[in-house]
Unconditional design. Structure first.
Length: 254
């Protein structure tokens, strides 16, 4: 019998290793108590980590300070400056510290220049592709298990702009993302949802609107709010981009 056949018989439990010839290369494999990446059955583990948020540019430092100091902040800037990520990170921080009772995330369901047709499924399935960036930012700050639990209990709500009319958002941290795809009247409706003990952060890039020219109301609203002392308007620039360096170079020539 070859050594390969003996090893296979030992592995399959055909006979004990003591029955094999005296060969140090043949030994019984330990199959009991082996480690498994899935853990033991019934073990309910929640693995997650929370990175410390640090500003990587003067503009991000200004934005984080404004969110801590003001109840309404407008963050305008090009792609890759961390507007959405910092806003959601601050929202999670406030929720974990007990400063607010819930997080409300909203963005317009606007297609980026091309029609993808009707999507199958119920309302949540249809809106999922538009709201996916918000889920990605949340999952980077919290474990997916905790995100699902907070959404199930209502501590985190993700909704499109069209479902915000008539609401009053008290004791909440509200993030309005991709606000450049909102009209002036939509932004007026969203901004007036702000309730007591709440913070609202509006993020967007006026130069990347998917609406027809002149329809977006973000730039107009930001210009008007700069004269209001209790509202912070933070304008990020190309030097605040923290994505790949090519992003800043592309935006410089596009």
């Amino acid at each position: 019998m070859t050594k390969r056949a003996l090893k296979r018989m030992v592995r399959e439990g055909g006979f004990e290793a003591t029955h094999a010839p005296d060969d140090g290369k043949i030994r019984r494999l330990h199959v009991q108590g082996a480690w498994s990446p899935l853990g033991h059955q019934g073990e309910d583990r929640e693995q997650g980590y929370l990175k410390t948020i640090k500003a990587k540019s003067p503009g991000q430092t200004e934005l984080m300070a404004a969110i801590d100091a003001k109840n309404l902040v407008m963050a305008l800037g090009p792609a890759g400056t961390g507007k959405t990520y910092l806003a959601i990170a601050k929202a999670v921080e406030a929720l974990e510290a007990g400063k607010v009772g819930r997080i409300v995330l909203s963005r317009p369901a606007v297609e980026a220049g091309e029609s993808i047709g009707y999507l199958p499924g119920d309302m949540e399935d249809k809106l999922a592709p538009y709201l996916r960036p918000l889920y990605d930012a949340l999952s980077d700050r919290l474990s997916m298990k905790r995100v699902r639990a907070l959404i199930a209990e209502g501590a985190i709500e993700i909704a499109p702009v069209g479902y915000m009319r008539g609401r009053t958002l008290n004791n909440a941290f509200v993030v309005i993302d991709e606000a450049q795809n909102c009209t002036f009247m939509q932004l007026k409706m969203l901004l007036t949802r702000l309730g007591w003990h709440s913070t609202m952060v509006v993020t967007g890039d006026p130069n990347q609107s998917d609406l027809l020219p002149g329809v977006s109301g973000l730039a107009d609203v930001a210009d008007r709010f700069e004269a209001v002392p209790n509202i912070a308007v933070v304008r990020l620039a190309e030097q605040d981009i923290v994505r790949h360096p090519l992003v800043a170079e592309m935006l410089h020539v596009l």
